[in-house]
Design a protein around this ligand. Structure first.
Ligand code: SAH
Ligand code: SF4
Length: 386
């Protein structure tokens, strides 16, 4: 017997079918109750009690809280949820002065294998469904409402690679836009650089924001930090970004996690500035010092280096901001809360680079890349990913 669909999985038409026999206005009552009022079924007192109980039994929630942590004086809330099959994912709610943002997961785990990322270190479990993604927003928005706030932004920057789960991601976006009422300009998809996904996104009607997690502006270093770069190298990725800008006319942003001695040299800033300015509309750069994770031996850049990196980008004519690290003490970065509930599986040590702008000698660089690739292959192998 197949399990009943979860509450936020159903389309409006499917809900109408389930409510056949009820007055037609019940569909509106339930739909707007769930998505606009962010109500639980128990709170929908305009429905008969028996109907509430029946819907509650027929349409279970997809997410059960395993852990909830609050930090930054209540400004950051993070949930670790168990899905109905026991898989675990995370959601973060962040309150700022004028707005509240929910950071959602699009997959349980991730197959992209970025060594610095707690989600990447743990490997891939499964794709999330559109309903599981939407429910993360609804549950967080309900909490925001209870705190007297309103969620106005959703970023796909939690666990997983949204472009590797494109259909569910897109149908969640349509639901958030049409039913929860979030403007497309306040929805941001972050990708590690899956080029076909960027092209599909460019062809969609809703003009959502695109964030590209760059982290390195030359292929050798990016191959090491973000293994998918071997499939979609920087030239292809930059073409797709330019295509997105030309179609959408919207600035995109580059995400850059600053890793001490690895991608925070002056030379890295100069290369990044070149890449950002090569686009039809210069990219905005978001800098964040790397959050420490259990499986990665190198730390984030020190604050003075982060500021120097930002200033160098600005001097080169690129808009750059330093993102405040939220909830470090509650493991609020991608995949970290889940990692804290599971044993550490492996530690990767990237190759520190010389701090000064020293021109790379090709043979040394090639040897380094080969060494790192071999190490990554051993790591993947030990995790059973290959
Ligand atoms: N897979 C997508 C979205 C999820 S990751 C992507 O990679 O873009 C969301 C962001 O968190 C990405 O920019 C990612 O590079 C960044 N990130 C992952 N681990 C991090 C860490 N330890 N410290 C800082 N940022 C990290
Ligand atoms: Fe996946 Fe993004 Fe983490 Fe890379 S940074 S492993 S793409 S979630």
């Amino acid at each position: 017997m197949t399990a009943p669909p979860s509450r936020f999985e159903l389309s409006r038409e499917e809900l109408a079918t389930r409510l056949a026999g009820q007055p037609t206005y019940r569909v509106d009552q339930v739909w707007s109750g769930l998505y606009e009022q962010l109500a639980s079924l128990a709170e929908l007192t305009n429905l008969p009690k028996a109907l509430r109980a029946q819907l509650d039994a027929d349409l279970p929630l997809a997410l059960t809280p395993v852990a909830e942590r609050t930090s930054d004086g209540g400004e950051t809330v993070k949930w670790l949820w168990a899905l109905r099959d026991g898989t675990r994912v995370e959601t973060v709610l962040m309150h700022y002065d004028q707005r509240s943002t929910v950071c959602v997961s699009s997959q349980a785990g991730c197959a992209m294998g970025c060594g610095f990322c707690a989600t990447g270190q743990a490997g891939f479990d499964r794709h999330l469904t559109a309903g599981e993604i939407v429910e993360q927003v609804v549950r967080a928005a309900r909490r925001a409402r209870d705190d007297g706030r309103r969620v106005n932004n959703v970023v796909f920057m939690g666990m997983g690679e949204p472009m590797a789960n494109y259909d569910a991601t897109w149908s969640a976006i349509e639901r958030l836009h049409a039913d929860v009422g979030l403007s497309a300009r306040h929805l941001t998809v972050s990708t590690v650089g899956i080029v076909p996904g960027i092209r599909r996104l460019a062809a969609e009607e809703l003009p959502v924001n695109l964030a590209v997690s760059l982290h390195a502006a030359d292929d050798a270093l990016r191959d090491e930090l973000v293994p998918i770069n071997r499939r979609y190298p920087l030239s292809t990725l930059m073409d797709a970004c330019a295509g997105y800008l030309l179609v959408k006319g919207r600035r995109l942003s580059f995400e850059w996690a600053l890793i001490d001695g690895v991608n925070d040299r002056d030379r890295d800033a100069d290369l990044l500035a070149q890449r950002a300015r090569s686009l039809p509309l210069a990219a905005h750069v978001n800098l964040i010092p790397l959050n420490p994770t259990p499986g990665y031996a190198v730390r984030g850049s020190p604050p003075a280096r982060v500021r120097a990196f930002r200033d160098r980008l600005r001097t080169a004519g690129v808009n750059a901001t330093i993102r405040r690290t939220r909830g470090t003490e509650i493991d609020a970065a991608c995949g970290q809360l889940r990692a804290a509930h599971e044993p550490t599986r492996v530690t990767v040590s990237p190759t520190p680079r010389p701090r000064q702008s020293v021109p790379d000698r090709p043979c040394q660089r090639t040897r380094t890349v080969m060494r790192v690739r071999a190490r990554m292959a051993r790591v993947r192998c030990s995790l059973g990913w290959t």
